[in-house]
Design a protein around this ligand. Structure first.
Ligand code: 6CS
Length: 367
């Protein structure tokens, strides 16, 4: 189900023109240099939130929950306009619209963003996160994690507001992918950052970095042999319609970040900043459960609607992929420099601590 076809281009152009001419009561269109500190805003104020995914997705359900929370926390003083994928542009274009202040809030996935913010490429590395979902849940909501990345985002005019887990990456293909050998010459679509491609080059694959909107047609036309995404996305983008096999190797979680324009955030009046921070905290508490439920129900739907085979790798098979993935950590450190190496080391240390903690809780019979 391609969503970014040429007939959407006039709509896209019109939307961009209307965004450019659109005026809010505060910060007009270019929040970069505009300080609103001493002005009293005329309420209601409208914020624009751009998504990298279509309606019904994890990002959309996050945005709908956030809309409810921000409108309630602010007593209707803030209104939220949600722009699902297809209405504004590709992930890279959404990042630019955030940086130039055309949208106030947006999702930015590391698999695309890492060419701009190399440090965030750590989330594209395989076998870094824990096998224990509860450890990952705790990690991804922690303020310590946000602090680790906030400087890197700020350097590129973005305020990092949160990380959103979207589920394990699952490989789709017309065959099972049980060993790195199965990737030999395999044309895999990857997200557009260079480091996203390296993760698969390490297995011997032939990576094809491509925008999300093009994946379905590239699979259909057999310009690529497979791709990786969480189950909910495989279902709603229809990838399973043009692939025969889902391989569950759990190489990485899909982690997205929520961002705003940095200056816009700095210039928000105190009450708006407080509403925003509170609404984000409200939503963060439920994101892990929401994505888990969505991924589970979408797998059931795929099974119901198709004859797709589901292959689960054994611990031994996963171990072989893990070993093959390790050299990519060096490529990441080269791209992201000393700060990247520090982030990787700190992340691994945090995961180890959380795993130890989970083990102790288990021994003590705590839940
Ligand atoms: O594969 C991608 O490019 C996209 N996948 C998801 C699940 N969300 C956004 C991202 O752009």
């Amino acid at each position: 189900m391609p969503i970014f076809c040429p007939r959407l281009i006039p709509l896209l152009v019109l939307t961009l023109i209307s965004l450019a001419g659109c005026s809010d009561n505060q910060a007009e269109k270019q929040p970069k240099a505009v300080s609103v500190e001493n002005e009293s805003p005329k309420y209601p104020v409208t914020w624009r939130f751009a998504l990298e995914e279509i309606e019904g997705s994890v990002q959309h359900s996050y945005a709908v929950a956030f809309k409810e929370r921000i409108e309630s926390r602010s007593d209707g003083n803030i209104e939220l306009d949600i722009f699902p994928y297809g209405s504004l542009g590709t992930s890279a274009q959404l990042t630019e619209l955030t940086r130039d202040g055309s949208v106030h809030l947006a999702f930015a996935s590391p698999g695309h963003l890492a060419n701009t913010v190399p440090e965030v490429g750590v989330f594209t590395l395989h076998f870094v996160l824990s096998d224990d979902n509860d450890v990952n849940r705790r990690l991804l909501v922690s303020n310590e994690l946000l602090d680790l990345f906030s400087g890197s985002y700020a350097e590129h005019d973005m305020k990092l507001l949160g990380f959103v887990p979207e589920g394990w990456m699952v490989w789709t293909a017309n065959k099972p992918l049980r060993t790195p050998k199965d990737f030999d010459g395999f044309r895999i679509r990857t997200m557009t950052a260079d480091i996203s491609a390296e993760a698969y080059r390490a297995y011997g694959a032939d990576p094809h970095p491509t925008p999300y909107s093009q994946v379905y047609s590239d699979l259909q036309l057999q310009r690529i042999d497979g791709q990786a995404n969480p189950v909910f996305a495989i279902e709603e983008m229809g990838f399973y319609e043009v692939q025969s096999t889902l391989t569950f190797a759990r190489p990485a979680q899909f982690v997205a970040s929520v961002v705003s324009n940095h200056q816009w955030y700095q210039d928000l009046p105190d009450d708006q900043k407080q509403w925003l921070d509170e609404a984000l905290a409200d939503v963060a508490a439920q994101t892990y459960t929401r994505q888990a439920e969505l991924n589970e129900s979408r797998l059931a739907k795929i099974r119901e609607d198709s004859n797709v085979s589901v292959v689960e790798l054994t611990p031994e098979q996963r171990k072989r992929f893990r070993e093959a993935s390790l050299p990519v950590r060096e490529l990441y450190a080269e791209a992201a420099g000393k700060r990247g190496q520090h982030i990787l080391d700190t992340l691994l240390g945090m995961i180890e601590r959380l795993e130890d903690h989970a083990e102790t809780e288990g021994e003590n019979g705590e839940t």
